[in-house]
Design a protein around this ligand. Sequence first.
Ligand SMILES: C[S@@+](CC[C@H](N)C(=O)[O-])C[C@H]1O[C@@H](n2cnc3c(N)ncnc32)[C@H](O)[C@@H]1O
Length: 253
Amino acid sequence: MNKNIKLKKIYDNTFKKKSRVRETDEFKEVLKMEKWTGKHILDVGCGTGKFAYMIAKKGGIVKGIDYSTTAIATAQSKYNHTNLSYEQIDVSKKISGKYDVIISIGTLEHMDQPYKMLKKLKNHLTPNGKMILTSPNWTNPRGFILMTLSILFDAPITLADLHYLTPVDFVKWADKLDMKIDWKTIEHSWSGGDKLIIDLKQRLPKVFKDMKANIKQQKIDLFLKWINHKALPIIQSSKEGGAIGIYVLSKRK
Ligand SMILES: C[S@@+](CC[C@H](N)C(=O)[O-])C[C@H]1O[C@@H](n2cnc3c(N)ncnc32)[C@H](O)[C@@H]1O
């Protein structure tokens, strides 16, 4: 079952229209996690290259790879730097080189077999190398609402996610890879605050339309009002509660 390759068309179309699929705080969070100067970096699923460019500006020697033709074309025309190169390649095919840091921002959940991918990427790390991975996280109010719709009602809650990952997956994979893991989650407003209401207001009508479920707007409004007034005011921020997980997998000494 190879679903990932079918997503290429979606990405090619998306990147034709826009320069970026999502805008979250991942870029600035990951950017401050490392001293990039002089390090060899691979950005897997680099999209239109903005983050790869940000690292190159910080002194990293970066290679961005992505299978989307339109993403790489945009990256090459928009984000140029002497430290930065791009390759249009499917990461499930042969990749080359050894890297101090392999980054993958919001990409692993689109792979057919994320663990297999991590196992492969581990072979491309230098002896002290690490992987910094980000993925949407679902252990929060947003996740519980959308996963209920997805699992119980087959609702198409996202455009291209093949997996709905949580820290449980990454901890298990790190263990299997015999790697050390540090993780945190960010974007708590998106998972259980003001940003959640804005997101659901836009997303739910589309989801119900795609499901051909006749849910009246009035009911959606009532549901969001209940969450907003009765639940969100006492939702606490927690380590696992953010909408985006950031995972650092490093080799054991
Ligand atoms: C959600 S986008 C994230 C893009 C970029 N990292 C960012 O944060 O803006 C996921 C990216 O993964 C790429 N991708 C998905 N499967 C891939 C594969 N098998 N090989 C290479 N790139 C892939 C897509 O083309 C897309 O650019």
